[in-house]
Design a protein around this ligand. Sequence first.
Ligand code: TXA
Ligand code: MG
Length: 347
Amino acid sequence: MKILGSDQLAIAEAAALLEQGKLVAFPTETVYGLGADAENPAAVAAIYAAKGRPANHPVIVHVAEHADLQRWVQHIPTEAEKLTQAFWPGPLTLILKRSSHIPDAVSGGQDTIGLRCPSHPLALNLLKQFKKGQGGIAAPSANRFGHVSPTSAQHVMTEFAELQADVIAGLIDGGASEVGIESTIIDCSRISTTGIVLLRPGYITAEQIAAVIGLEVKAPDQAAPRVSGALAAHYAPRTPLLLIKQDELQQVMKRLEANQQSFVLMTCGGGESSFQPSALMTHQLPSDAKAYAHGLYAGLRLLDEKKAQIMLVELPPQDEAWRGVNDRLRRAAFDSLDVLKEIKSNK
Ligand code: TXA
Ligand code: MG
């Protein structure tokens, strides 16, 4: 994996690599993406292979600012038009009915496509140079399937360290991703029957979306399309993660100590839980939802490195501003429900 700089020449090189069908990892304001030419099925297949991701999961196609969306979709509903005007470039992905020439590899065999114009200046620059702004870069988050998304170039390198050096041709280093959790995903492909549906909460909230389109934003129903980030176990560190309410933290830690189980701890804001001598490491995240999201994945990775038996995460506030964060934490904790039951029953 060649580390590319962030100057004009480096971006031109990255665009050329993508045009040749190679994979390039690049920064966005949410998380780093692992990109390929969306119109090259072999290149898109290489993303799935690198990630170890099942082939029936669709990927998001990233487009340049003011791109001609008609190339990708059958029709752009008024609501979707309003959303692109209000939030693009930015951390919002729209699911729309795809046009027929889009490779199946991109849509995971579904009749829709996820489109997003990211706001990170390097991503925008790359999209502007790639196929002279007329192409689309298919890019899921640049991590192994099910694992925590990367928010720095270093994270991307760590994720794919075991891969052969040339599987990912280039990596653009753009520093830490500002938002820190993946884009909000809104399904606009079934408006006439189902309305506008929130598939994945994120930085842009359902309230903000509703305010722009003047319609209620619905929760996913049975017919909602597959979203791999909506699988129960996802965004997970290797260490079993336990999400614990603040007032139960002391009790759980005492039990872990008594059982001689090693643990690391992530806290939300300061307060009495922020220093725990018995934890292998304590990492404190800010009590502001946006600042917390920004640091979340780096924090999970840092704690994961300690290879403790358990990772305790203090449950953050449950209000609307924290919805994206809580969604990711709950999925990261899914595999660990049994572990928690065991600790609690083991008096
Ligand atoms: O912030 C983000 O969205 C990042 C950056 C790199 O842009 N990308 C990202 O991609 O999170 P990924 O593949 O890890 O997650 C994209 C989600 C998946 O859960 C996928 O199933 C869903 O978007 N998705 C993509 N196309 C879809 C479609 N046509 N219908 C339903 N869901 C779709
Ligand atoms: Mg992902």
